[in-house]
Design a protein around this ligand. Sequence first.
Ligand code: SAH
Length: 358
Amino acid sequence: MTENLLNFDADQLTAWFAGQGEKPFRARQVLRWMHKAGEAEFDAMSDLAASLRGKLKQQACVRAPKVMREELSEDGTRKWLLDAGMGNAVEAVFIPEETRGTLCVSTQAGCALDCAFCSTGKQGFNRNLSVAEIIGQLWWANRELGKNAEGNWPISNVVLMGMGEPLLNFDNTVSALHLMLDDNAYGLSRRRVTVSTCGIVPAMDRLREECPVALAVSLHAPNDALRNVLMPVNRKYPLRELMAACRRYLEKAPRDFITFEYVMLEGVNDSVQQARELVSLVREVPCKFNLIPFNPFPQTHYRRSGADAVRRFCDVLMHADIVTTTRRTRGGDIAAACGQLAGQVQDKTKRTLMEVRT
Ligand code: SAH
């Protein structure tokens, strides 16, 4: 069987090399070639012994998911649709800004959480992505965009905010995180890598112990009654437990605040009264808020809150000394914005078949 070496973090690669009778520094060399140089061909790994190159060529490969389509937004946002096999596709989104380049990465094909306002949830859960499929998004995007004038990869920040729930694909997500942080791979600081979760409490505790990085929590409601409706996961991990888990996470987090994401749904969760309730909910958690304009998709009855409602909501939080930003929607014209990622391959295939028939 050919082993895809993108599936291994440094420890796992070292173990695999040891199994081949090879020294740890060989694993380190290959890690650097793959991730620092973006190299996929063993023949090009010039400081490896010819015999080792030959062996690797027979037994291993470096394979990221296949890109099925690339789309470029008017604002420079890029979206790649990646083949996850068996009719599944996932998406990765690159968001260029003046001082940084952020890649939004998917961790599952589909999603089991079924949040009422999210299009990924509508397709149900298909499967967990492998480490190669998660880190492969970063590997591919960097290579595609090319190194900048200083010889650095253009992606300075990674957010695990694409399709799926990273903490429900825990082991693969953590191996991918190790690679993002590893100086022999991408060398990103823990503060520049953000895991976004709907609030899987026990997994938040594990992440704090095993690989603490910046944490964003999708909140979206100020009380359990409404959050139960919007996010079914709340019935399992209600707000009191979630707030306690956030406080515990901060004991080891690389940043001294949690980012709460809050999607603004007109007439549902955007009143001044609800903003006040939110302030008292998070009183004991050092946090920042990120208000996300709702991004519509077909088959939704929710609407985006008006600018006035967002401003009033934001004012209440700011008056309570909570730093609050409103997320600028990027890539909306190519359905690359939050909650719009759906990997619409299956639909498209159906349409093509119909076109062929008529
Ligand atoms: N499962 C993780 C990762 C998904 S991140 C999580 O729940 O955090 C994607 C972010 O976009 C989440 O905060 C999610 O709640 C939000 N989102 C989902 N659908 C959206 C939509 N239609 N418009 C705006 N934001 C949305």
